[in-house]
Design a protein around this ligand. Structure first.
Ligand code: PHE
Length: 457
């Protein structure tokens, strides 16, 4: 086994749970979940999302953590070690590439949150009342290439600096302090949002399922959203799992992470959707700008909105940062373990790649007409990356990972790993059934369904 001093390890069980929750909780919950829900018909989507978290997310998370802790390696190294001389290492490579790809466009949105923090403290929203003004501010901000690329660059640097600091010193310390504060702020904003005029309509949209709105596309998006939000399907949890202690119970830890992550997503939807009706936006027409357009209107309706606004965007940047560091860490640990690169060099190399790939996404909100509406597919570069990498690649990854643990590495090996140090594998039989039959079959059916109906995007 490798020297765990060198690789680093979490300080405690809470250390792992917090860091993994830090990876899971991020823009996926607060930025992506509300607008995916709005676009995909509301309550029925939320319901499918929760079902996927339980039936597919939790089992795959347990599998990923077990792989990571057993192999004590990055995703590529882990598959190589557990299935030597096989093609399984490709699943790890797909994960590394997906991670850098997601990092590239994720950092664009994360950059916006920093930009919005700066805008709030410089008083841009102090006298904001109408939706049109908010929309205009948003469009001119993201349509400006210097802003878009500048903030992307800044955010990539932030992530690089933390990841250079190493696992426990850099990542763990941040998450512990700031996550609880973010949670409290979310609750306060949600209370304001649900008490706004017309919020009732939003609550109906959010809680009363209309099953006629379910299509192949919405099912695929709900599954993609669940995996994205839980950081699954690309080896982030394999990597973080390689730093979890032997005495920790994998099932309990994974359960906590899924619970926290889902709670934050549901609360974020409750914060945004009712406010959408207050400002008079149609949910179906919402997109990646939703949170940025709607939130300033809520702040304007609150006493001390300035403080709430500034605090919110600052904490959202931090939540995004604890996710980007996990995306970057996957590729970095791969280069450190497999290519014996120094951590600093690996970080610089991978951040540069992420920055360059992020540029088309950064320019896809008006700064470049070409990237804003790509020919033939009629989509923006960021939207395209978000669907291909953030939905399909993760779904394929989760499919292959469940096949791997069920039929290659073996359910027995996972039991041995989870039960090491006299730990109990709670619901072990249920897990084995899910990962053998439900996860791969459900994902397969959803894929076929999407392809047959032609709902690729
Ligand atoms: N789960 C993170 C979020 O919700 C994003 C992420 C996806 C992080 C995949 C790592 C791996 O914001």
């Amino acid at each position: 086994m490798q020297n765990s001093q060198e690789r680093g390890a979490w300080g405690s069980r809470m250390g792992f749970v917090l860091a993994a929750a830090g990876s899971a909780i991020g823009l996926g919950n607060i930025w992506r979940f509300p607008y995916s829900t709005a676009q995909n018909g509301g309550a029925a989507f939320v319901l499918m999302y929760i079902i996927f978290v339980i039936l597919i997310g939790l089992p795959v998370m347990i599998a990923e953590i077990a792989i990571g802790r057993n192999a004590q390696l990055n995703p590529v190294g882990a598959f190589r070690k557990l299935a030597p001389r096989s093609l399984w290492a490709i699943v790890g490579m797909l994960g590394v590439a997906t991670g850098i790809g997601i990092l590239s466009y994720y950092s664009v949105i994360a950059g916006w949150t920093v930009g919005y923090f700066v805008k709030t403290i410089s008083g841009d929203f102090s006298s904001l009342i109408t939706q049109d003004v908010s929309k205009h501010i948003f469009e001119s901000f993201v349509g400006n290439p210097y802003n878009a690329i500048g903030y992307l660059f800044m955010f990539v640097i932030f992530s690089a600096v933390v990841v250079m600091g190493g696992v426990s010193r850099g990542i763990e310390r941040w998450t512990k302090i700031l996550m609880p504060v973010l949670f409290i702020l979310l609750i306060l904003l949600t209370v304001r949002s649900v008490t706004l005029p017309n919020a009732g309509e939003g609550l109906v949209f959010y809680f009363k399922p209309d099953f006629t709105k379910i299509t192949a596309g919405t099912v695929g998006s709900a599954l993609g959203q669940a995996l994205f939000s839980l950081s699954l399907g690309m080896g982030a949890m394999i990597t973080y799992g390689s730093y979890i202690l032997k005495k920790d119970n994998i099932v309990i830890s994974a359960g906590y992470v899924c619970l926290f992550d889902t709670m934050i997503a549901i609360i974020s939807g409750l914060m945004i959707i009712p406010a959408l009706y207050f400002v008079g936006l149609e949910p179906e027409k919402s997109g990646p700008g939703l949170v940025f357009v709607v939130l300033p209107s809520i702040f304007a309706e609150m006493p001390g909105g300035f403080i709430f606004g500034a605090g919110f965007f600052l904490l959202l940047s931090v939540a995004a940062l604890t996710s980007t560091i996990s995306l970057l860490e996957v590729a970095v640990s791969y280069l450190v373990d497999e290519w014996k690169l120094k951590r600093v060099k690996a970080v610089i190399l991978m951040s540069m790649i992420a920055f360059l790939f992020g540029i088309p996404s950064a320019l896809s909100f008006g700064a470049s007409t070409w990237f804003t509406k790509l020919p033939i597919i009629n989509m923006g570069a960021l939207d395209l990356a978000n669907v291909i990498l953030g939905n399909y690649s993760l779904t394929i990854g989760a499919f292959l990972i469940s096949i791997f643990v069920a039929y290659k590495w073996g359910v027995k090996s996972v039991f041995k790993e989870v039960e090491s140090n006299n730990n109990i594998f709670y619901y072990g039989k249920f897990w084995a059934f899910m990962v053998r039959f439900i996860c791969p079959v459900a994902i397969f059916i959803i894929f076929v369904y999407i392809i047959v109906t032609g709902e690729y995007f």
